[in-house]
Structure formats: C-alpha cells, structure tokens
Design a protein around this ligand. Structure first.
Ligand code: ADP
Ligand code: MG
Length: 186
C-alpha cells in the first residue's frame, strides 16, 4: 500500500477515561508500518445517544492523525482488536465503552464495504468529531462532500455539548528515552 494520511477517532465513557485515552495513543504509536503525526486535545463530550444505550456517561474523545502503509481493512481490524484489549464489552458493544475507535478518513479514499465505510458516514454530523478534526487539520477536504473540515464545522447543527480540556494528551505514558548502546569498555 502507498502511504496515506488517516484520521482515527477514539472515545471512552467507562472507567478512567483519561488513562484509557492515553493508553490508546500509546498503542497507536506501536502500530506497524505507521507513524502518529498528530494528536488532538481531549474533549469531554455529551453522549450522542438517541436510543439511550450509552448509560448517560460523558465521553473523553479525541483524534489521532496517522500516516500508514497499512490497508484500511487491516487498520480497522487492528483497532477492533485493540478495543478488545482495552476491555470493550463484546456482549454489549453498543453500551458504555472503555474504548471505541472509528476510522474517520483514509486519504481521499471512499470505501463502502460490509464492515467498513470511509469516510465515516456520520463524522460531519458530530461535533465531538468535527471539533478535534478542525483542531488538527481545518483545511482537510472531505472526499465525498468536497468541503473543508472548517466549512463543515461552521455548517454543523449538533446541539450536544463538547468542551476542550486543557490536560495534555498521552501524558500518562510519555515516550521513554531510547537506551544508549553500551560501549566496548562497559
Ligand atoms: P459505533 O458505531 O458506536 O462506533 P461499533 O464500534 O460497534 O459502533 O461499530 C459498529 C460497526 O461499524 C463495526 O462492526 C464496524 O465494522 C463498522 N464500521 C463501518 N465503518 C467503520 C469505520 N469507518 N470505522 C469504524 N467502524 C466501522
Ligand atoms: Mg466504533
């Protein structure tokens, strides 16, 4: 696969939400054939939950910008495995969740397959997605709507509350300094 820029949304509304989001970022730094090239702030967000399945708990949400040579199908499969690793309830997937990943954008690709739709069909309707996307890349053009993320946020009608937090994303697991190679005399 050629290298592509992708945007991955993450969100948690169960347990220690900050720690879970920090762990999600640390795990994305370990993805093969990929580099994290941007992380948005964290946002505390009101659940978008017309059917009342999410338990009323507010989310921490954010977005990672990932440059990757993985295929979108492989990337989503790894993200779903990572959700399980972070304790996602497999029996009640639609309920409160320790971690939810959404593959929002994958270059300018448009994909409509069983189990994978890109761009994510609801991204431009959700304030909790659009605010961090605009923070990361306001000029990015939506491949199907042909409008920038900034324009889409301006046009958005989503009354759900979204508050940008001042905490530093990823701060529970900062990158460690690399080990130095021992010299011959050691
Ligand atoms: P939610 O819509 O609340 O995020 P899930 O995480 O359980 O719910 O995802 C539901 C389904 O959406 C999964 O089976 C997944 O295959 C499918 N899906 C389709 N397109 C995407 C995408 N772009 N990103 C994430 N999941 C997707
Ligand atoms: Mg999901």
């Amino acid at each position: 696969m050629p290298r592509e820029i992708s945007f991955i949304g993450f969100g948690s509304n169960v347990g220690d939400r900050q720690e879970l989001c920090d762990r999600a970022i640390a795990l994305m730094n370990l993805l093969p054939l990929s580099q994290v090239t941007g992380v948005s702030s964290y946002y505390e967000t009101e659940p978008v939950d017309p059917e009342g399945r999410l338990g009323g708990h507010w989310f921490y949400n954010g977005i990672v910008r990932l440059e990757t040579s993985l295929s979108p199908q492989r990337l989503l499969a790894i993200l779903q495995e990572t959700e399980r690793g972070l304790g996602r309830n497999e029996i009640n997937r639609q309920g409160p969740r320790t971690m939810d990943f959404d593959l929002l954008l994958f270059g300018q690709h448009q994909i409509d397959q069983p189990g994978l739709t890109v761009p994510h069909p609801r991204l431009h309707k959700r304030r909790f997605v659009m605010e961090p996307l605009v923070e990361l890349d306001p000029a990015y053009i939506h491949p199907a709507l042909h409008r920038s993320m900034h324009e889409l946020l301006e046009a958005l009608d989503d009354p759900n509350q979204v508050t940008k937090l001042s905490i530093k994303p990823g701060s529970t697991y900062p990158a460690r300094p690399t080990c130095s190679v021992p010299t011959a005399s050691e």
